[in-house]
Write a protein that binds this ligand. Structure first.
Ligand code: ATP
Length: 200
């Protein structure tokens, strides 16, 4: 879909080649080719149920396609350790599947481990905590840093997820349903995203 050459690790951050996705008898995606180069900004637009979130689940190294290949940051899914790959991807997912009641600060810190839950025995460094606090302030959540996930509003969760997505200085930043972020938060996160991609 772009002029970027597939497999060009230096300039291609994401490459989907002839990807299909099937669940049961239902063919959800078929024959998807998508190549995204470093520094490019893309928007996926389509009707409800078209498969946008499913494509983002491949791009974020969360879900394997039924067939076809997915290369993320020069690494082929199925041939790399997914958690290591996820640490380089910022994914703002409105269906963030957190089960425990981590605080905002802890959720943001899971961006460093590439996990949903806080890993057993993992302790962030003082520098990492300071970075989390800075991002929490940037998304306007400082007064909620100790609040548990379960009591957060949808908008507050969205802000926390933006900070989580940015904390590891990702090489690939994905927003699912960015319209859940309103006003200044959205603008701030978008500017961060733009700065990052221009610098990459
Ligand atoms: N694991 C699954 N099992 C069965 N069906 C699935 C699964 N994952 C996705 N689907 C179906 O695939 C279709 C595409 O879903 P997806 O969430 O990717 O759409 P979308 O384009 O993001 O939609 P929306 O704009 O409504 O968020 C939907 O009909 C959904 O029900």
């Amino acid at each position: 879909m772009t002029g970027t050459k597939a497999g060009d690790v230096d300039t291609t951050v994401l490459n989907l080649n002839d990807v299909t996705f099937r669940r049961g008898e239902t063919q959800i995606l078929h024959g998807i080719d998508l190549s995204i180069g470093r520094g490019e900004h893309w928007v996926l637009i389509g009707p409800n149920g078209a498969g946008k979130s499913t494509i983002l689940s491949f791009a974020s190294a969360q879900v394997f396609p039924t067939s076809g290949t997915v290369d993320i940051l020069g690494q082929r899914m199925g041939r790399v350790e997914l958690q290591a790959l996820r640490r380089h991807i910022g994914h703002v997912n409105p269906r963030h599947p957190l089960r425990s009641n981590l605080s905002v600060r802890e959720v943001v810190l899971t961006g460093l481990t590439g996990t949903i839950e806080r890993p057993f025995r993992w302790e962030p460094s003082p520098e990492e905590i300071a970075k989390a606090e800075g991002l929490i302030a940037e998304v306007g959540l400082s007064s909620r840093a100790d609040a548990g996930w379960k009591i957060l509003s949808q908008g507050e969760r969205g802000r926390a997820l933006v900070a989580r997505a940015l904390i590891a200085d990702p090489q690939l930043l994905l927003f699912d349903e960015p319209n859940m972020l309103k006003g200044d938060t959205y603008r701030a996160s978008y500017l961060q995203c733009t700065d990052f991609k221009l610098a990459a």
